[in-house]
Write a protein of this length. Sequence first.
Lengths: 447, 210
Amino acid sequence: MNKPLSPDEKQEALWQGVLSPKDPQGNPLPFQSPQAEQAYKERVLRFKQAIQMKELPDRVPVTIFPSMYPWTSSGMTVQEAMYDYDRCAAAFKKFVLDLEPDMQWGAAAPGPGKFFEILDYKLYSWPGHGVAPEHSYQCNEGEYMQADEYDALIQDPSGFFINVYLPRVFGALGGFQMLPFFPGILEMYGVAFNFIPFALPPVQNTFQALFEAGAEALKWAGVIGSVDAELATMGFPTVLGGFTKAPFDVIGDTLRGTRGVMLDIYRRPDKLLKAMEALTPLMIKMGVGAAQATGKPVIFVPLHKGADGFLSDEQFKKFYWPTLKEVILGLIEGGCVPLPAAEGYWNTRLQVIQDIPRGKTLWMIDQSDMIEVKKTLGRNACLLGNVPSSLLELGTPQEVTDYVKNLIDTVGRDGGLIICNGAFFDRARPENVKAVVETAKQYGVYR
Amino acid sequence: MSDQLVNAIADMREEEALSLVQEMVESGVDPTVILEAAREAMSIVGQRYEQGTYFLPELIMAGEILRQITETIKPQLAKAPELKRYGKVVIGTVAGDIHDIGKNIVTFMLDANGFEVLDLGVDVPPQKFVQAIQDARPQVVGLSGFLTLAFDAMKETIEAIQAAGLRDAVKIMIGGGQVNESIKEYTGADAYGRDAVAGVSLAKKWLGVQ
């Protein structure tokens, strides 16, 4: 029997996979030129060295990780980007080729509008469905899980999602409420009774919607996936393997909502803690599984309700950090590079979150004080950031250049920095975005 | 008992606070005494938030306790003869600000004092205020805000009301959090009210209610 791979070996295998890009059938993708191949490999190495903090890359890597900017800047509305997959893909390709960043993050942000329609997605409003055509989609906060449903979630998270939660957030998945209890499917005697729901019209209608939605998702993924492949052959890699979340945010964002989770801290703290413990292995499995499926190591972890101002220090240490840390360590164990995005300000959390293994994570920093971040979290983790959205939208190229130079001088001189925007942005002056990339390339050379 | 209630609310002891209110109601305590205790507790909660010892869980919890208290004592007030409706007030927390504790206290107090109150909720955009004024034709508009960003949002709201040609049709009062007399000048409001009692006085004054 083969010795199981160590976490470092698993991660290395994923990096090696990135270095040899393949098409969806698993055949090697031919680079368009030897120059493209060389540039591709240099870009991947530059990123990997910055993250691992063992040796300095040749220069500070630079990337742009936007929200809707690639589409708004090409004259499209968000609505068009969501419904016209070909135009969505073409605009994204142009965005990458115009900027030539070291890393690109894929064209999945707008998502397939038709797919959301087929399933009657209620959790979000999107252009044409509650939001103006030029605006990004927005979450409809609510109590999609009731206060008295914690035990159901804790005992069987998957069952709760299938039978209860998904029918609430997708109008077309009502039939899931009637699905059988799958762990009850055990022996020949009586087994057939479990399958009766599949004969009933609500369940059949739900499956019909699922077939349609699946086909739409596949069509969309094929189009935006082909951009990744084409960009790779031209020398532009992506390392984004998937995403997962902090257990507190899983509950606070889309199950109980902000109001619900904040009340639960006082009214049912033990249930909240137990539910987060139940979700932790699932969030690890979600990230590691995505990295294995896509062959890419970086797992994005957007952080929301741990930011300054939401919770007290004590509440953060008790409710937010322990399970998030467990998720981060579990992802590392599975060979992933976690990419937590510390949205908003995290200045009061730095002493706590710096307690992670060195050179294994990449943290996107938004408005936190970068000097303080470098002294704490930045001793152990590579930082990705933090050109402000306001500067990108309202500033001048010179101001952007000055900002990036200052970041490199104060935070990036000994490595562990990747220049990037700090928050996801929908709008910016193109010359400002260009200035981010150009400045890092010219000013960020180590030596 | 009133002090006990203040502490129970301010310290987030929900069950204790609610059972105290129940006791007070049963022993015939004037509901305005209970409201006054709740108001005092809310001001302590606000102070602790400003000092950085309380955060979002406490603000939301305090609002939730207050909501339950007002529900409990409402029947006591309903026993009084049907109040004459003196006039109409449109109220809301301005755009970008989600705090509703102060606004809810003012709403309740106005309602209890005989005003018809149209509560637009939190994070209300200027145009929604304008629309509500056009539709409901209130005499008074109340703009609430806890955060400093509310200063600009209040200013923009009042500018929108002006632009819609409705400024002279309403009296506008502002209040909450860091709002004070200088913010009244900055935003162009007619008056600033320190608390719900002051808000009620302003509304009464403007409508000529004794």
